[in-house]
Design a binder for this molecule. Structure first.
Ligand SMILES: [Zn+2]
Length: 338
């Protein structure tokens, strides 16, 4: 066990970095994009993981009679992921059993009175370094053309946090920890209600509730994994070369069962005539959708000539439900099928 706060953070961080390397996570993410799959990591390590409605707790680490992890079913996927990473930290660092409540989220806040429980500090350090290593944030920023000054905008923070699979709050405070923004900036970002960010994105479309997330997807997300949840909506914002007769084939979306709730073309304001426009399509995935969506930009009279193809691996089956994680269920089904 570490003997002071800084040492405890460092110990957790080093352990997470080691595990990410052992599991080859960086190489996987460079191919498929998206967030770090904490549940796949736990499954790969053969640590039993169960989801349960937990009374007043977010998660627990048990080591008797054997080690195992419990995570609540009553919170969104981002919190389930963070809790699972914290409990995996306890497991990897050979900690004593731990029952974890909302304090694991409160402790994210930088410059608050730190806890004296160094076992918890180690597990927190592990969770942050495992889910949000610096290289992963850098990868996503590069892919989306985001630089440090952009990190002042709530919408940028929100879209990045979705792709990283962490809560808006956790992401803000991690950026402070990494000295990419200041504490004051984080507090300002947290003043913007998430609902306001979603409303601005939806431009007048009113979903039944604002619990789900709103993904703004562009060509920069091509080939990427999008791990969402059941109530999520998404907006495709795509350059459309209608001047050359090319249109995005939105029927491909409808054929896959998506409800298109809005579809419009915005002209790009420039001096010259015939510049591409921007197609903006708001859609709702079918219930429990998981699969690859392929959209083509084609001339309607010649659909074989594809100008641009957008492929996205969608998974809108979150959050995790009672029992085993989704990845473990799928792995077991595959084994049974062999
Ligand atoms: Zn803990």
């Amino acid at each position: 066990m570490a003997s002071n706060y800084a040492q405890a953070v460092r110990k957790g961080t080093l352990s997470a970095g080691r595990l990410l390397r052992e599991l080859g996570v960086k190489e996987q993410i460079e191919q498929s994009g998206g967030a770090i799959n904490i549940f796949a990591a736990i499954s790969a390590l053969d640590v039993p993981l169960l989801f349960r409605p937990l009374d007043g707790l977010l998660g627990a680490f048990l080591n008797f009679p054997t080690r195992g992890i419990l995570v609540t079913t009553q919170r969104p996927l981002s919190i389930q992921r963070f809790t699972a990473a914290h409990e995996l930290g306890h497991c990897m660092l050979d900690h004593k059993p731990s029952l974890d409540d909302e304090n694991i989220l409160r402790r994210m806040v930088v410059n608050e009175q730190p806890t004296q429980d160094l076992q918890e500090v180690e597990a927190d350090g592990f969770a942050t370094a495992f889910l949000l290593p610096k290289w992963l944030i850098a990868n996503h920023m590069k892919r989306h053309g985001i630089t440090i000054p952009h990190l002042r905008r709530p919408n940028v923070i929100y879209q990045l946090s979705l792709r990283l699979g962490v809560s808006y709050e956790a992401f803000c405070w991690t950026l402070v920890r990494y000295r990419m923004i200041e504490g004051k900036q984080a507090r300002e970002l947290l003043l913007t209600p998430r609902r306001a960010v979603k409303e601005a994105l939806l431009e007048g479309h009113r979903p039944t509730n604002y619990r789900g997330d709103v993904w703004l997807l562009t060509e920069r997300d091509a080939g990427s994994r999008i791990d969402g949840s059941r109530n999520d909506l998404f907006i495709l914002k795509l350059t459309e070369h209608s001047n050359g007769g090319y249109l995005w084939n939105i029927d491909e979306l409808r054929d896959s069962g998506f409800a298109v709730v809005r579809d419009e073309v915005a002209e790009v304001e420039t001096e010259s005539i015939g510049d591409p426009g921007v197609r903006r399509v708001t859609a709702q995935p079918p219930q429990d959708y998981r699969g690859r969506l392929v959209l083509d930009e084609v001339r309607p009279w010649d659909s074989d000539q594809v100008l641009t193809r957008l492929e996205l691996d969608f998974d809108f089956t979150g959050p995790e439900e009672e029992g085993l994680s989704r990845i473990e269920r799928r792995e077991r089904l595959m084994l049974e099928a062999v």
